[in-house]
Design a protein around this ligand. Structure first.
Ligand SMILES: NC(=O)c1ccc[n+]([C@@H]2O[C@H](COP(=O)([O-])OP(=O)(O)OC[C@H]3O[C@@H](n4cnc5c(N)ncnc54)[C@H](O)[C@@H]3O)[C@@H](O)[C@H]2O)c1
Length: 280
């Protein structure tokens, strides 16, 4: 689908980071944007900035994507206000990263990660896709992660939720295709993008929680993460690559490439296991 002036997009997690950059890029192309976030104050400031950047309308909405009913009500409001919805960007996500193995990690935190990163995405799909189906057009973008294609030790809640986000996206497209519905799906799997989330995570991995429990192997892991972070993508470039993937109709897109070879390694292991099983 071409991204064009006059369309209407919804972007979750738009008060900062990748969501803000995608909303900014859309506004600059004349798309009306509904920006959604938990944080009302920065969201208001972003709304003002975007309104100045383009011709389209900008509507801020303070909503928790983990709240299914609030998301459904939001979709109704957007449909009533604009009479169309073209692009739904499920971007909101969290990455609390306390450096604990899964048998010690806080269960309430695990549930919140799954509630936001997986159910938040599902709520976006359930709230907005019926409007796209009714119109017979549109595109859904789900922001997963390279952590959704490879292992992420010591942040398993995040990696698990992102693997689920990739699977959810693939099955969404399969269901739409099975029903002959011309709606596109793109799942985005970035490595590091320079956002507040990454900076906060970097602070956490340098903190006492991590230092106390890590052996020499994990120190090497942290060093390799630091190395990968040196070439972080800027959010505005990530945003342009996401919209290019939408326009190309790509299901999977890796805007930073497979930076630490994790997706390749994992995929090779699965391929090796298939070969070892003797099936053709
Ligand atoms: N930055 C990276 O390197 C990177 C890499 C891979 C994937 N991602 C994914 O990209 C997405 C955006 O990440 P980012 O780095 O811009 O993060 P960020 O923390 O900088 O911004 C995320 C925004 O989402 C909002 N948010 C969080 N929970 C929410 C909720 N329940 N409801 C509504 N809004 C909520 C936050 O308030 C924040 O404004 C996330 O899904 C993240 O997992 C980021």
């Amino acid at each position: 689908m071409l991204v064009e002036s006059g369309q209407v997009a919804v972007v979750t997690g738009a008060a900062r980071g990748i969501g803000r950059a995608i909303a900014t890029e859309l506004a600059s192309r004349g798309v009306s944007v509904v920006i959604v976030d938990l944080r009302a104050e920065p969201l208001g400031a972003v709304a003002e900035e975007l309104a100045a950047a383009g011709d389209g309308a900008v509507v801020p909405a303070t909503v928790d994507v983990a709240d299914a009913e609030a998301m459904t009500a939001l979709a109704q409001r957007v449909q009533e206000r604009f009479g169309r919805i073209d692009l739904v960007i499920n971007n909101a996500g969290i990455a609390p990263n306390d450096g604990k193995p899964m048998w010690e990690a806080d269960l309430a935190q695990w549930r919140r990660v799954v509630d936001v990163n997986l159910f938040g995405m599902l709520h976006g799909i359930r709230a907005f896709v019926p409007h796209l189906v009714a119109a017979g057009r549109g595109h859904v973008v789900n922001i997963a992660s390279l952590a959704g294609l490879s292992g992420t030790p010591l942040s398993a809640s995040y990696g698990t939720s992102k693997h689920a986000a990739v699977a959810l996206s693939e099955m969404l497209l399969a269901e739409l295709e099975l029903m002959g519905l011309p709606i596109g799906v793109t799942v985005v799997c970035p490595g590091f993008v320079r956002t507040p989330m990454v900076e906060e995570n970097r602070d956490m991995t340098r903190g006492p929680e991590w230092a106390d429990r890590l052996g020499a192997d994990a120190t090497a892991l942290l060093e390799s993460i630091e190395e990968t972070m040196k070439d972080m993508l800027e959010p505005d470039e990530a945003a342009r690559r996401v919209l290019a993937a939408v326009e190309a109709g790509a299901l999977h897109t890796l805007p930073t490439g497979d930076v630490a070879d994790g997706a390749r390694t994992r995929t090779r292991r699965v391929l090796d296991a298939i070969e070892a099983s003797g099936s053709d």
